[in-house]
Design a protein around this ligand. Structure first.
Ligand code: HEC
Ligand code: HEC
Length: 325
């Protein structure tokens, strides 16, 4: 008997060693993804559009700043994008880099193509893959150009941010091909007409402002989308704050949709108001700076969605409260 156990143990130990050495020898992958043909401009209208997106609907400024500045950004200050925001999760410790044009610690030496590739394909300047925090893959060429033009126009700030580090889980995801560059799912457009229709609202909600990524239920471990679009139910733990948030249903279902009973004016006013709950992960501050046009378009888009019945009892829980199933 004993001998058999010994053998089984030995076989398992060998399998484990093989797996671990496979992961450790093959996680650090480089990807050969070509760079989009995007060139920064010095036209002031284009730079202004980029600035609007960065500090408003695309909310780059809620991550690419020092952690302790978060509240200032939420209040409306335009803090330089010198990086530092950090998130410690099971796959790794991720840090948003300095994206001011400093040559040593920022993006000064990266080409426009490298920056465009980071946003459209999630490939880092050194050809490794970025962890998927930035779902802007289908941004139009025009908006991508505007953002990069604005990044180039900033004053350089020297601030060295440590690189992100993958933990064993993240390395295993990478080794087994589960962490790869992203791709636009549809053909990317050169430009889009910015009116107040639901079509422009769709672009804002899905591509620019990422309402989709937070307001659709996802598997908390893998990030995979498992719920109906915009029907809410994504669980976001803010451990250090002792809080858990569950996103509400944004579809126009009369019983369970939070905005179903709001008219356009109420919707716009809610966005102008900013956060109600302290530590809400929703970038309310950035969104409160969206212009009237964009808020109207978003309203039209949400009103046009199919209604999905999905009751979200409550959106904020203290960590000692029991979460719903
Ligand atoms: C939710 C937080 C978050 C938001 C919002 C965000 N970023 Fe990032 N960004 C990160 C993190 C974290 C990394 C590093 C990821 C990694 O190391 O895998 C990163 C990496 C980058 C890089 C890669 C630089 C390189 O090394 O090649 C660029 C460029 C960038 N972000 C620009 C932007 C821009 C522009 C926006 C807005 C349009 C934006 N980010 C919005 C968190 C964010
Ligand atoms: C980073 C995650 C995140 C993103 C991005 C996000 N939300 Fe939210 N949203 C939340 C969370 C969490 C809550 C619940 C806590 C709260 O009300 O602040 C919420 C609440 C709401 C509410 C209910 C507010 C109330 O007072 O009842 C509305 C409406 C809403 N979001 C709309 C949107 C729209 C529209 C977008 C895109 C423009 C968006 N959200 C993007 C996480 C997000």
């Amino acid at each position: 008997m004993k001998k058999i156990f010994k053998r089984i143990f030995l076989v398992l130990a060998i399998i484990l060693i093989v797996l671990v050495s496979f992961v450790l020898s093959s996680w650090n992958k480089k990807f050969d993804v070509s760079m989009p043909d995007i060139k920064a401009s010095t036209d002031s209208a284009i730079i202004a559009r980029g600035k609007y997106l960065v500090y408003g609907p695309s909310h780059c400024a809620t991550c690419h700043i020092p952690m302790e500045k978060y509240n200032d950004v939420e209040k409306g200050e335009q803090i330089p994008l010198s990086g530092g925001w950090e998130l410690d999760i099971p796959p790794g410790i991720f840090r948003a880099p300095n994206i001011t044009p400093d040559n040593e610690t920022g993006i000064g030496k990266y080409t426009d193509g490298q920056l465009a590739r980071a946003l459209r394909f999630s490939v880092k300047h050194d050809n490794t893959t970025l962890f998927p925090f930035m779902p802007y893959q289908e941004m139009t060429d025009e908006d991508l150009t505007a953002i990069i033009s604005f990044l180039r126009s900033q004053k350089p700030v020297k601030n060295k941010v440590k690189r992100s580090e993958l933990k064993f889980l993240g390395k295993a995801l990478s080794a087994f091909g589960l962490l790869e560059p992203e791709k636009p799912k549809n053909i990317t457009q050169k430009t889009i007409y910015r009116d107040t229709t639901k079509d422009y609202g769709k672009y804002l909600a899905n591509v620019i402002a990422n309402c989709y990524g937070c307001h659709t239920e996802r598997n908390v471990k893998t990030g995979e989308f498992i719920g109906k679009p915009f029907a809410g139910g994504f669980v976001m733990k803010e451990k250090s704050k002792g809080l858990t948030f569950i996103t509400p249903n944004l579809t126009p279902d009369n019983e369970t949709g939070v905005i179903a009973q709001w008219n356009k004016k109420a919707f716009i006013n809610r966005f102008r108001q900013g956060p109600i709950y302290e530590f809400s992960p929703m970038p309310w501050g950035a969104f409160s700076r969206m212009d009237e046009n964009d808020l109207k378009a978003l309203y039209e888009y949400f009103a046009s969605l199919p209604a999905v019945k999905n009751k979200i009892e409550k959106t904020i829980y203290k960590n000692d409260e029991e979460l719903p199933d």
